[in-house]
Design a protein around this ligand. Structure first.
Ligand code: UD1
Ligand code: CA
Length: 460
């Protein structure tokens, strides 16, 4: 039986932000969300988060992100140290099981590492996740009765409390451990704050375990980035780049041709077919699917979208909540908003905005246009500067454009309105009445030509 405690009450002073530290985002998800997502895959009966600074905001956002996980929250106010943090969770931990302790600000911990830590504890031992660091400054040092990893662990000394000789130790405590819950509770009850920071140090339980004759063992992460905690915007930005680089490399390995892995951002999930090409500075958010041979130009932002095989997205295009059909061409400088559904071979050109509108095969809107709340038939040609006037100030209305309609330039289609298949709308028309199939409709003042007119001349 496993319970997981995640410490997330700290203020994060060095973030210099009004937002609670664990709600800052890495690859588009809150730091704590990364930890909870990993924890949720470990089969624990309860995921207990210790909150303090910004507790209400942190709890609400995690409940929204994990509606089905066995979340529990305990408050720690004031924050008197990591030992004090875990003490707050004691009432909800099951004596018969094991407790795994994680940090809310260490987002990239892997499930495999957490599992190895729990296995190392094995229901009878105290297991510490440790790592050797070239620069161990600031971390708690692992004290052993010898110099090697196999030597017996005696305790952890915090950096501030360490002697010069102890500060030379490079093996550090990562902030994560697993312990038999009943013993953990016994040790927590005996903590004192008689130390350099006058805090209740969780790390003091290690010497207690040794004194009780409980074996203390250690496990190590597969990679250093799993144990990097975030304390400042600089550390967050560095970890973001490392994470993005790892994602970019995985995509490159899978055959996706990223122009530059250093200029690629994925804040969510990206499924790619074969022969996908992505130019520099693109950002993908939420869940995006790119079919075989899709090409994405430079500087596009694509969020929650499905782009079918062969489609080409030209530079500076913004796509959100849209579906793009096979061999469609979009952009440059196009905007597809939620509910945009482009069929095969549709062309959307520069400065065209599409919202909650479907365009059937081969329809084209190539320049400076708006299609909102519309159903557009196959092969429609929608002229430059034309718009659907879909909003009467209170309600939205639909525009229906039949197959093969030709809408000239600079038209206003005042919805609700239907243009029958094959109809033609003269340029500059404001159309507020339905047009039957095949008809021409022109709704503009007739041109007047005045012969011999004189322009005013400048006086004096
Ligand atoms: C802690 C360890 C140190 C280890 C380091 C790894 C202790 C005493 N020290 O030090 O050995 O090398 O982590 O990063 O545990 N928190 C609370 N309530 C509190 C205090 C902290 O919830 O009262 C949370 C923080 O929000 C943070 C985590 O616990 O997520 C670690 O706290 P922090 O103050 O950063 O511990 P360190 O001093 O870095
Ligand atoms: Ca820390």
């Amino acid at each position: 039986m496993l319970d997981i405690v995640i410490m997330a009450a700290g203020k994060g002073t060095r973030m210099k932000s009004s937002r609670p530290k664990v709600l800052h985002t890495l690859a588009g998800r809150a730091l704590l969300q990364h930890v909870l997502a990993t924890a949720a895959g470990l089969g624990a009966q309860r995921l207990v988060t210790v909150t303090g600074h910004g507790a209400e905001q942190v709890e609400a956002s995690m409940r929204a992100a994990f509606p089905d996980a066995p979340l529990a929250f305990v408050r720690q106010e004031p924050q008197l140290g990591t030992g004090h943090a875990v003490q707050q969770a004691v009432p909800v931990l099951d004596d018969a099981g094991t407790t795994l302790i994680l940090n809310g600000d260490t987002p990239l911990i892997e499930a495999a590492t957490a599992r190895a830590l729990v296995e190392a504890s094995g229901g009878t031992r105290l297991a510490l996740l440790t790592i050797d660091l070239a620069d161990p400054t600031g971390y708690g040092r692992i004290l052993r009765d010898g110099e090697r990893r196999g030597d017996k662990v005696l305790g952890i000394v915090e950096h501030k409390d360490a002697s010069a000789a102890q500060r030379a130790i490079r093996e550090v405590y990562t902030g994560m451990m697993a312990a038999p819950t009943a013993a953990l509770k016994r040790w927590l009850a005996r903590l004192s704050n008689d130390n350099a920071r006058h805090e209740y140090y969780l790390t003091d339980i290690v010497a207690m375990a040794v004194a009780d004759g409980v074996p203390v063992v250690s496990a190590q992460p597969a990679s250093e980035k799993e144990v990097l905690g975030i304390n400042s915007p600089l550390q967050l930005a560095h970890l973001e780049r490392r994470f993005q680089h790892a994602q970019a490399e995985a995509l490159l390995e899978a055959g996706v041709r990223l122009a530059d892995p250093a200029r690629f951002d994925l804040r969510g999930t990206l499924d790619c077919g074969a022969d996908v090409e992505i130019d520099v500075n693109c950002v993908f958010e939420g869940h995006v699917e790119l079919g075989d041979g899709v090409r994405i130009g430079a500087n596009c932002v694509v969020r929650n979208a499905r782009i079918a095989a062969g489609a080409v997205i030209h530079p500076f295009t913004h796509i959100d909540g849209a579906v793009v059909g096979t061999d469609a061409v979009v952009g440059p400088f196009a905007r597809l908003r939620p509910g945009a559904e482009l069929g095969a071979e549709v062309h959307i050109g520069n400065f065209v905005e599409v919202k909650n509108a479907s365009l059937a095969r081969g329809a084209k809107a190539n320049h400076l246009a708006y299609l909102g709340d519309a159903t557009v038939g196959a092969r429609v040609n929608y002229g430059a500067g034309s718009i659907t006037a879909n909003y009467d100030g209170a309600n939205k209305h639909r525009t229906v454009i039949g197959d093969d309609v030709h809408v000239g330039s600079n038209c206003v289609l005042v919805a609700p309105v239907t243009l029958g298949a094959g109809a033609t709308i003269g340029g500059g028309s404001t159309i507020s009445k339905d047009v039957p199939p095949g008809h021409l409709s022109v709704a503009r003042a007739r041109q007047v030509v005045i012969a011999g007119w004189q322009r005013p001349a400048k006086k004096g």
